[in-house]
Design a protein around this ligand. Sequence first.
Ligand SMILES: *Cc1c(COP(=O)(O)O)cnc(C)c1O
Length: 401
Amino acid sequence: MLRENTTAVDPSDQTCRLSWREVNLESVAHNVKLLAARCAPAQLMVVVKADAYSHGAVAVARTALGSGATRLGVATLDEAFELRRHDITAPVLAWLAAPESPYADAIRFDIEVAAHSIAQLERIAQAARRAGSPATVHLKAETGMWRGGAAGEWSQLTSLARQREEDGLLRVVGVWSHLACADTPDDPANDAQLESFTSAVRVALDVGLRPRLRHLANSAATLSRPDMHFDMVRCGLAVYGVDPFEQQGRAPSLRQAMTVRAVVTQVKDAPVGTGVCYSHTYRTRSNTKLAIVPIGYADGVPVIAGTARPVGYRGTPVLVAGRVCMDQLVLDVGELPMMPGDEVTIFGPGDDGEHTAAKWAELTGLSTYAMLTGFARRRVPIQFTRDPAAPAGAVRGPLRP
Ligand SMILES: *Cc1c(COP(=O)(O)O)cnc(C)c1O
């Protein structure tokens, strides 16, 4: 009979390790040193958005700052606040914000913000007036990515920024933009963006701005275009050891930092011709053994064709039998001596026979970025809502979980 323990146990403290991500911070340090050497004398900003591409933002930030990075980049203010809560004091730039974003808090916690439009710059200036201290701003120019960035209003934006500097509300430390095609170095869009960026910088200088940090390059441009380094580069993917040029071998000494492993829960004999998993998309071709592995697409393993051998076991690639399920997948292990409790490697640098980020991307058609972030999707918070026509007495407004 089960008896309850007399001491209080918090069930959330109980871990049951079925699958996990291993992040090798030495590999991160190695990659950061390599990138810092490549971009010198430009500064290296390490991009730790989306929880450092699922590697753990705080740990990666600390490692990067100890290995030659001088600055950190994130997408959202929440991501920047997380770094500050963990006493990371290095300069942080957050480049995504909505009109009602808490710019005053950004100023209070010394977080640098990006301005993409006149309306946004004015909101930042208003927050600075309320906060009683100036905001630190990077002005973003549209140069050909057509995502964020000021297009037609660039020259007005720069003059206004200069005026707000004189009002004591802003300091413009950066002028920047982002490349659309850096992972195909021969694409003429790269040179076009470079030219457009150079003229945007000239416009900023002409109105009297003196940005110390002109920045354009991501990992791919850092590795392939020294003429795009300017004062700083912003690297994400290469920090995590993934070559932006995939199999082109331009940066062979990067080390993939993330390994995803799982423990085998069951191994059983299956006769020839057995249909495995939903819809029986796979049938055993001989009498064999099947191993059950408790990791699935809800954990970030993509659903793949049933003929691939992406999983590693003691140096041998193993076939995934049938569809990857929500929380589980099945391996056809043949003669391998696999036992319950053994570890298999789902994703990693390849040492155990598993597919790397590049090979998974090739297999699935996903990008290497999506493969990494898939292993811990960024949380989109839940908010329960009700039909506005609900009967009287219903709770008004959103219901929180
Ligand atoms: C994500 C991101 C980067 C980093 O790009 P990588 O290709 O991962 O090096 C740089 N700048 C901006 C604006 C980004 O959103």
